[in-house]
Design a binder for this molecule. Structure first.
Ligand code: NAD
Length: 318
């Protein structure tokens, strides 16, 4: 396959590229990324010498950048990760989210249609389903109910992908995944913020009372699921990806304090809650596990220890 990966210098896209380049099926892997603040060059250092890997600096908001990538490399498959991803930024400035997450996806779909590619895999989020109460889990048939500009733009892109499948016969799959953690995540996101604050000796800012619940998955487990869905998922299907690790934000901070031998009582500063903060997300990934024989391999405890070790070695300079 000649695989186009969008947003390949991002946190999950780079984990996916490292995974995909282990596979013989990949003849060529083109990483199309415009290198926003979220891109991290170090994340692909280990694959840059692979003769199958090609980096193209390009912006998915520009149709010609997308068209040129499809045309130049005879693209047969797409794994679409590129997005604006930080909910807080979407509240401060939603325009970039509309432009990249919706218009960018539209440009890719137009090319997927024009070049009649074999598979368009769209990476989405569980946040499109809105929030859960204390019980229940999201499944592929959960109704969409996005609550913030980030999740609204991701929901729009999911619907656009489905419409291109239905109307223009684009061969697509979609995955909606829960919160990822692991090495190379941008230090604006929750787990890196907690680790880096504690390593600096600062207090950790925790929204509200820290009771919001997220379902955490190690980034390499997500990357492996995406590979399986891209290559073996059924046309037109949606797959949920999660590892059954529900934790409140407060529990996460306490676990990290414990690993770093710090007293949580002295390490937390509660701050004003995020506007429209979703209470709880949880994933039922049984369809993905059963159909594709995928299982998340990393336990939360082991993944968290490895992540802390990585940030300790690669701490951001203040
Ligand atoms: P990220 O913010 O770490 O990286 C995004 C990457 O996309 C960066 O390399 C950036 O330079 C690139 N990019 C942004 N706008 C672009 C544009 N206009 N043109 C080309 N490249 C552009 O993102 P992430 O956390 O790795 O998330 C990847 C995907 O996974 C997103 O679609 C996101 O919605 C989805 N997702 C993320 C999570 C999570 O926990 N991080 C969970 C579920 C789903």
């Amino acid at each position: 396959m000649n695989l186009l990966v969008t947003g390949g210098y991002g946190f999950i896209g780079s984990a996916f590229i490292r995974e995909a380049l282990n596979k013989n099926k990949v003849n060529k892997l083109v990483n199309l990324d415009c290198l926003t603040y979220a891109a991290n060059h170090d994340s692909l250092a280990e694959v840059e010498d692979d003769h199958r890997y090609i980096f193209r600096k390009g912006d998915i908001r520009k149709y010609e950048n997308v068209y040129d990538a499809f045309y130049a490399h005879d693209i047969t498959h797409v794994a679409h990760f590129a997005a604006e991803t930080h909910v807080d930024n979407s509240i401060e400035g939603p325009r970039a989210f509309v432009e990249t997450n919706i218009i960018g996806t539209f440009n890719l779909l137009e090319c997927a249609k024009k070049f009649k590619i074999k598979r368009f895999h769209h990476i989405s989020t569980d946040e499109v389903y809105g929030q859960l109460g204390k019980t229940g889990k999201f499944s592929p048939s959960s109704p969409y109910d996005p609550q913030n500009p980030y999740s609204a733009t991701k929901a729009s892109s999911d619907f656009l992908v489905r419409s291109y499948g239905h109307t223009f016969s684009v061969n697509y799959t979609i995955s909606n995944c829960s919160n990822n953690y692991g090495p190379f995540q941008n230090n604006e996101k929750f787990i890196p913020v907690v680790i880096e604050s504690l390593l600096r000796g600062d207090k950790v800012p925790v929204y509200g009372k820290g009771n919001n619940v997220r379902d955490w998955i190690y980034v390499d487990d997500h990357a492996q699921a995406v590979w399986k869905i891209l290559t073996r998922g059924k046309r037109g299907e949606t797959y949920l990806v999660g590892a059954n690790n529900e934790r409140t934000n407060l529990q996460i901070v306490k676990s990290i304090c414990e690993i770093l031998n710090l007293n949580p009582e002295e390490s937390i500063q509660f701050v004003k809650d995020r506007a429209g903060h979703d209470f709880r997300y949880a994933i039922d990934a049984s369809k993905t596990k059963e159909e594709l024989k995928w299982v998340p391999k990393k336990s939360f405890e082991a993944g968290l220890k490895e992540t802390i070790k990585w940030y300790t070695k690669n701490q951001t300079e203040e």
